[in-house]
Design a binder for this molecule. Sequence first.
Ligand code: MG
Ligand code: ZN
Length: 163
Amino acid sequence: MVANLSKAVFFDRDGIINHDPGDYTYQLSEFHILDGVPETMKVLQDKGYKLVVITNQAGIARGRYGHAEVTAIHQHLREVLAEYGVALTDILYCPHHNTTTKCLCRKPGSLMVERALARHRIDPQQSLLVGDKPRDIEAAEKAGVKGRLVPVNTSITFLQALA
Ligand SMILES: [Mg+2]
Ligand SMILES: [Zn+2]
């Protein structure tokens, strides 16, 4: 029996959803959601897309911050998006860095994308990933998901065209 699969938009986090100042973002005071992103997510959600965030957070491996800071930011992100009627299907992050831990999840590894595909019964062929680094696109394409590379902090132009 063939299961009914969903379509999804995967988002890199820093530089796509929130402003990336070029260094790790781990304090709530530094976490600024880019203008128009929540509204655009709502349109995509209403079109039947699941919304999944896939983010490398190597600052954990490097001792810059911990899981608690990442969890607090993601809780805040979910709260803000809820005000727009948006419910993220999932947020997956990789806390590792090649210098300390070899892993398969850190992008350009595809494990986070593959995990989300399986966990949420998402069809890779109906889905795409929006990222601001070539490694985002590489992670997507290894999992059979189309990748779309957009300039950092200007994702809204592409997202609005998509929505
Ligand atoms: Mg990014
Ligand atoms: Zn990892």
